[in-house]
Every structure is written in structure tokens, then in C-alpha cells.
Design a protein around this ligand. Structure first.
Ligand SMILES: [Zn+2]
Length: 587
């Protein structure tokens, strides 16, 4: 959905980019602006600049850049509307209810989120009251500290049937909404509307915007089912979310690593022991949506599943998905019959750190599991083990890595390396296509006309007085770089509509993050000298380049005619001369 310029301006006026960025990165004044260590790449000397006057940022190390919305999008991994929402809340700006979202589904979602919020604070309140004592005692007996309980907003649902629903009905919510939110059910015996969660410690599940989207509830004793979770609702589907991601997102980004555990209590304990980059899978098999979510934050995933589930085939298959998504993956081997929370409590953080250090890459881990399942001494066993690893081997892009892996496995199983390779390539031919060769060769030097395009864009952004002059001399299509063309067309659009042209407006209209990055680079770099002479020189450089392109086309035509022994048309030769002359006058 599109927000109006007025709303965006109002948010921008109320938040200061330096203030917002300082919440994530320590900034120091430097020159006209502020400087700090870039949060988007690893660096020891600061190359991340914030310009408080223009309200934009740029990193000279990795090229990230943009305005306060771009920063929040990148930092919090949000899309544009989500970033606007978040900053609007910070700024205390009321966003209009979007017309196209005024649908029934939108209202339904808003109602459920509201219900969840009220319920979560109710559950939380009860936990600290007299009748919640038993739950708080249970949590402290399991060694959870007060800070951990609060960080994860734990609560307690009382025994009995009509605690929560009474409160919600008082607040005029309808029973159908309570059903939809998964907070109430119809009693099978009496047909009455009753609380869904009863006598359970409550674990709210929070999405990336900080909204409570569902709950998990655990009994206080050994009763079954041990856990019940909210059903799928219009705001929650379990395969798309991860427990604790909201609390862990900063830790994950800092460490560029995420630890995945199975249980709510494992995640809590991990955070309590300083592993604040831990999330819960909300079910054992990871889904591609969950992996996409994680990919936004980290390059490495550490799996710390309970020892009995980690070796299961369903788990290993789901881990293959991560590997395919291009994230590095390692698996922790926990002592038998233990879960991460036990291990942390009994052995402490240092021990767990060592487990992370010793964690095995997926392929090695599978090799361990397969050697436990098949007898590596028998030839059938050897073959079964090797075959079990083909899928993973076939996923390896680097030849060097592949050779190292095959060598290791062959040695371990006492097989011939060559034979394994032959089998592997036969397997690959039958099953999969060749990986595509990457064509990411980058142009290192920048040609004169491209640089001229940047100078002109910079001058137009810097001083809108230059726009008319430049656009009267050049057409959008004279800009050869596609990204530059997009920026120029936004500038042109604003200019022709009689609107004020400034960098914030331009960024608002450029949806593509890469183009915004490019623009921030242009504005930050000192390529911008908007003096008359530089502008004319740049316009001429672009014109000259365009003429040279034309000249080349004519040259090819002339050659073609000559090679076919045709007479070259005089107009063609005339054109050629004219263009040549024009180029000379432009120098
Ligand atoms: Zn950077």
C-alpha cells in the first residue's frame, strides 16, 4: 500500500535519522555528519556515515545506503509498509486505515491481534498475583530468572473454564472472534464457550513487528498433552514463524549465526545463559518459509535439537533444505537423552560453547548417523552409507570442497575415491542438472559517461535549479545505466508535477533498494560538484557517448555494404561525417 507524502514527511520530521540509527549503532560526530561501524558488514574502522542534514546514510565499505525507512527495512528486515508502520508508532503518527485493507480479512486480523494482546497482558498479570503463585513457583523451580520470564512475556492461564473469556466478553468481543483467535472453544460436554488454555504456563509467540500472534501453553505437571498451541489463525501459521525470533533478532545479527532449538523452555534457557541468538522451531521439521526468514538475518545455522530427534530422517531432510538455501549449517551432538535446557543447567555456558565449537557440518553429522545405522565393516553397509550422502555431495558447488569431502568419506569407509566419484557423477547425471555458472564479473573501472551520469544525478538532487537545464539537454534514454534512468525518471516526474525535488521524495518513489543504495552513494561521494562547467562537461560526455554509439552503427552498415560490393549510400556517408563533426565540437 502507498502512504501519502504528507504522512511520510510527518514521520520523517518527527524522527531523526541520527537518533534512530543510534539505537542500533553507536555514532560519533564527524565533519558535517556522524560516523560509526557499519551494522551491515564486518569492519574495524568506521565507514558508515550518517548525514543529519540530508537525513540519509551511506556505508563506503559495503555500499548500503538510503533514508531512515531504508535503514529500518534493512535493519529489521521489514518491507516498506512494515517499516513505515514501525517508525510511525515510534513517532506517534497515526496512520490512516488503508482503503484496500479495509476488507473483512484485514479487520479480522486486527481483531485477533488485539485479542491476543489483551489476553497476553492478562496472562502475564495473573502470573504475579496470588492465584498465579503456583505457576511462578514452577518456573523458578525450573531455574528461570525473573528477567527471562519477563523478556519472553510469560504468563499463566488459570484452571477453570471462564476466566479469559469473561474479560474478553466484557470488552464486547464476540464469541466467533474468540474462536477465530483460538482463545476459546465450545465445550464438548455442555456446549458452552470456554477458555482454550487452562492451567498452563503461557508462552506468547511474537512476530517480527512485535505483535503477539499466538500462544503455546505448558502444563505444570506431567499431565498430557504437555503442550498445546494456538491453532492456525489468520495471523498465525506455525511453519512460517519461529519462537523467540523477535527477542533474538539483534543477537542473531551481531553473531551472524542463529541457534535453533525445539522447545520453548530450551530457547528461554539459552537466552538466560547468554545465547541470545537462539530461536525455537515450533515443531521439529523446519520449513522453507522459516529458512527464508532466517536467511535474512544470518549466514550460519546451528542446530541444537534433542538428541533423539536430531538423528531422525525427517529432521535431516529438513536440514538439507537449509543447506540448499545457501546457509552454512552445523549440528550439535547433545549427550544422549538430554535437551539443551538440561545441558545448560547441568554443565553451563562454557560447556555449551564447546558443543557449538565441536558441532559438525551436516554431511559429517549424517556420516555419523549413517555409520550408526549401517555396518561400515560390510560392503553393503559401506555402499548404503555412501549412497546416503550422495544427495548432499551433489549439492556442493565447489570442486575443492567436493574433493575434500569425498576423500574424507572414502577414507573413513575404506572405499576407492575414484569409484565414489564415478558413482556420484552417475547419480548426478540421472538426477540433477548442472549448477549454473555464475556470471557476476563486476566492472572494476567506470567509464567516463557513467561517471558523468552520476555527476548529473548528484547535481539535480543537490540543487533542483539544475534539473531544467540538464533535462532540456538530455533525454532519459541518454542515460545508459538502467538504475540511473530510473532515478532520472523519478526526478523528472516530480519536477514536471511542479513538486519540490529533494532526496527524501526521490527515495520514497524508488522502490528498489539497490537503486536507493546507488543514489545514497552518489549523494555522499564527492563526485558532486554542481558548478556550471562540470555540468556542461558531463552533459557533453554523455552526448558524445551517444553519438559514438550512432557512429558505430553507421560504421557497421558501411562495412556491410562494402563487403557485399554495394555502393555505399551518400546519405550514410554524410551522416557519418556530420556525427564525426559533432563529436569534435563537443570536446
Ligand atoms: Zn557497510
Amino acid at each position: 500500500m502507498k502512504y501519502s507524502e504528507e504522512i511520510l514527511d510527518e514521520i520523517r520530521n518527527r524522527v531523526d535519522i541520527v537518533g534512530i540509527i543510534s539505537e542500533y549503532v553507536p555514532l560519533k560526530p564527524s565533519g558535517k555528519g556522524h560516523k560509526g561501524l557499519c551494522p551491515f558488514h564486518q569492519e574495524k574502522t568506521p565507514s558508515f556515515m550518517v548525514d543529519s542534514e540530508k537525513q540519509i546514510f551511506h556505508c563506503f565499505g559495503c555500499g548500503e545506503g538510503g533514508n531512515v525507512f531504508s535503514f529500518i527495512m534493512k535493519m529489521e528486515k521489514l518491507n516498506f509498509p512494515e517499516a513505515v508502520k514501525m517508525l510511525a508508532e515510534k513517532a506517534g503518527v497515526q496512520l490512516p486505515t488503508p482503503k484496500n485493507q479495509d476488507s473483512q480479512l484485514y479487520r479480522e486480523r486486527e481483531t485477533i491481534l488485539r485479542l491476543n494482546e489483551i489476553s497476553a497482558s492478562y496472562y502475564q498479570k495473573i502470573l504475579y498475583e496470588q492465584n498465579g503463585k503456583k505457576a511462578l513457583k514452577y518456573l523458578s523451580e525450573r531455574n528461570f530468572k525473573k528477567e527471562t520470564i519477563q523478556k519472553f512475556h510469560l504468563g499463566y492461564a488459570l484452571p477453570g473454564y471462564e476466566h479469559l473469556i469473561k474479560i474478553l466478553v466484557q470488552k464486547k468481543f464476540k464469541a466467533t472472534d474468540l474462536f477465530k483467535a483460538g482463545l476459546a472453544v465450545k465445550s464438548r460436554k455442555t456446549g458452552n464457550v470456554i477458555d482454550y488454555f487452562r492451567n498452563r504456563v503461557m508462552f506468547p509467540i511474537i512476530n517480527l513487528q512485535g505483535k503477539i500472534i499466538a500462544f503455546g501453553g505448558r502444563v505444570l505437571d506431567d499431565a498430557l498433552p504437555k503442550y498445546i498451541n494456538s491453532p492456525e489463525t489468520p495471523v498465525y501459521s506455525k511453519g512460517k514463524n519461529l519462537y523467540g525470533l523477535f527477542q533474538a533478532r539483534m543477537g542473531i545479527r551481531q553473531k551472524n549465526q542463529v541457534i535453533i532449538m525445539e522447545g520453548y523452555t530450551d530457547v528461554l534457557m539459552a537466552h538466560q545463559y547468554g545465547f541470545d541468538n537462539t530461536v525455537g522451531s515450533l515443531g521439529t521439521a523446519l520449513t522453507t518459509q522459516q529458512i527464508d526468514l532466517l536467511k535474512r538475518y544470518a549466514d550460519e545455522v546451528i542446530i541444537a535439537f534433542d538428541s533423539d530427534t536430531a538423528g531422525k530422517n525427517a529432521t535431516l531432510r529438513s536440514l538439507n533444505l537449509i543447506k540448499k538455501a545457501g546457509i552454512k549449517i552445523r549440528i550439535i551432538s547433545l549427550p544422549a537423552d538430554s535437551d539443551p535446557a538440561d545441558v545448560l543447567l547441568k554443565k553451563g555456558a562454557d560447556f555449551f560453547d564447546r558443543l557449538i565449537e565441536k558441532s559438525l557440518p551436516l554431511i559429517d553429522y549424517k556420516l555419523e548417523i549413517l555409520t550408526q545405522q549401517h555396518n561400515p565393516a560390510s560392503s553393503e553397509g559401506k555402499i548404503a552409507i555412501a549412497r546416503g550422502l550422495f544427495d548432499d555431495l551433489a549439492n556442493i558447488d565447489s570442486q575443492l570442497e567436493l574433493h575434500a569431502e569425498v576423500k574424507k568419506i572414502a577414507e573413513r569407509l575404506g572405499l576407492e575415491e575414484d569409484t565414489m566419484f564415478k558413482d556420484l557423477s552417475r547419480y548426478q547425471r540421472g538426477n540433477r542438472t548442472l549448477p549454473s555458472i555464475s556470471t557476476s564479473a563486476k566492472n572494476v573501472t567506470e567509464s567516463t559517461h557513467i561517471n558523468a551520469e552520476k555527476i548529473l544525478i548528484g547535481s539535480m538532487v543537490q540543487d533542483s535549479g539544475n534539473i531544467e537545464k540538464i533535462l532540456s539537454e538530455l533525454d532519459i534514454n541518454d542515460f545508459t545505466n538502467k538504475e540511473h534512468r530510473e532515478i532520472v525518471s523519478v526526478i523528472k516526474g516530480l519536477f514536471e508535477n511542479g513538486e519540490k525535488v529533494n532526496i527524501q521524495k526521490i527515495i520514497d518513489q524508488l522502490e528498489n533498494q539497490n537503486i536507493i543504495k546507488l543514489l545514497s552513494e552518489i549523494v555522499f561521494k564527492d563526485v558532486v560538484h554542481s558548478d556550471e562547467e562540470t555540468i556542461i562537461r558531463s552533459i557533453n560526455a554523455i552526448k558524445k557517448y551517444q553519438l559514438q554509439l550512432k557512429l558505430n552503427t553507421i560504421r557497421i552498415k558501411i562495412k556491410q555494404e562494402e563487403s557485399e560490393n554495394n555502393e555505399v549510400k551518400p546519405e550514410l556517408l554524410q551522416d557519418y561525417q556530420n556525427i564525426l563533426h559533432k563529436i569534435k565540437t563537443l570536446v
